[in-house]
Design a protein around this ligand. Sequence first.
Ligand code: ADP
Length: 418
Amino acid sequence: MMNILVVNCGSSSIKYQFIEAETNTRLAKGLVERIGMSGAVLTNTRHDDDTIKLTGEILDHGMAIEYVLAVLLSKNHGVIKDKSEIHAVGHRVVHGAEDFAGSVLITDAVLQSLRDNIELAPLHNPHNIRGIVACRQHLPEVPQVGVFDTAFHQSMEPGAFLYGIPYVFYKKYKIRRYGFHGTSHFFVSNRMAEILGKSIQDLRIITCHLGNGCSMAAVKYGQSIDTSMGFTPLEGLLMGTRSGDLDPQLILYIMGKEGLSLAEATTLLNKHSGLMGISGVSSDMREIEEEADKGHDRSKIAFNMFCYRVTKYIGGYTAAMGGVDAIVFTGGIGENSTKVREAVCGQLAFMGVNFDAALNNSGPKERLITSEGSPTVVGIVPTNEELVIALDTMAIVNGQVPPSMRNMKKNHVLDPVE
Ligand code: ADP
C-alpha cells in the first residue's frame, strides 16, 4: 500500500490529506491556518472523525509541516507509527508555465524552474515552493511530486492561448493564456465520462468549476481546448472578488481618473470586484442569494451577471467544440447552488438540455440533473483534486505515466520569433 501526503500550500495556510492511494482511503485530512501570524491553528480530522485542534506559534511553512507530521505520528490522534509510512508527497503547484504539461518528480532542476516562474504567479508559487522545501527538509528520503493547476490546459492551441497583442510579448514575458483549476477540470470531465459509461475520447464536455475562483473549460475528447482563466486567474467568469472579463482599457482609465498605483489597481480587480464589487454586500454566493431573495437589487444584478457569463461561455464552448455532449458543475457554487444551475440550464433547452428541476433540487451529491434521454446531459460532480494528486504521485513514484497525462496529446508551444 502506498500512503501519500497531499499538500496544498497557500500564503498563510496549508491544506493536507493523507491518502492510501490504491484504495482511495483518506486516512486523515487537515488544515493549518494563520501561519506566521499570532494564534496559528492546526485542525486534523482522522478517518474515524477523531478531530484535534492545536494552537500555537507556527512561524513558517517549515514549522507547519513539522506540526502536520507530529499529528500524523501522534499516539492518540495519529494514523502512522513511523515517518517511513509516508511513501511520497504530492504537491499542488499553481503555475507550471510552459515548462510542465504534466505532473513531475520534483528534482533540484524542477525546483529551479518553479523559482524561475515565480514572476508569473507571485501570489501562489512562492508558498508552493516553501511547502516543497519544508517537506524535503523533514522527509529527506521521501519522493515529492508536483501537480500543476496549469498542466491540463497545455493542450490548448495557439489560437486559444495567445492574446491579440504583439507576439513579441509572448516570447519576452511568457504572456499567454495558461488557465487554472486544471486538476479539477481533468477530474470532473473524466468522472463524467465514467458516469455516462463512455470513453472520454468520444465526448465533448464543458466543465464549470464555480467556487470563490471560477473557471470553465471546453474538454474535447479528453483535451482541454479552451478555458476561461488566462494569464492569471483574473480572466473569464465573474468571481467572488475578481472582475473576470473586461475591456482592458477601462483599468487604465480608472487608474488615470483615481490616480491608482499598479498595486492598487491589482487589488481593485482581484479583491474588490466580482460579486463583492457589484453587490456591495458579499463575495459569497450563499449571501448573494439570500440578499437577492430579500429584494436587494444589486445582489440580484450580481447573481444574474454571474449566471449570464456562465451561460455565455457554455454557448461559446459549444461552438468551439462543434457541439456538446455533457456539461458538469463542480466547486462550492456548482455543487451546492440549485439556483445558479437552474438559472443557467433552464434556458438551454434549445441545445438539447432537458433540465429536470426535481433532480436539480435534491439527490445524491453526484448526480445528473437532466431527464433520461436528454440529448445533452448535465451533471453535478464533486471535485477531488487531492485524489488526482495522490494517484499521479503514486504513478510517478512507480515509474508509470500519471493518470492525468495518459490522454494528453500535445503540449503546444510556439517557436521563438525570428
Ligand atoms: P474555493 O474556490 O475557495 O475552494 P469553494 O469551492 O468552497 O471555494 O466555493 C465557495 C463558494 O461556494 C462561495 O461563494 C459559497 O457561497 C458557495 N456555496 C457554498 N455552498 C453554497 C450553497 N448551498 N448555495 C450557494 N452557494 C454556495
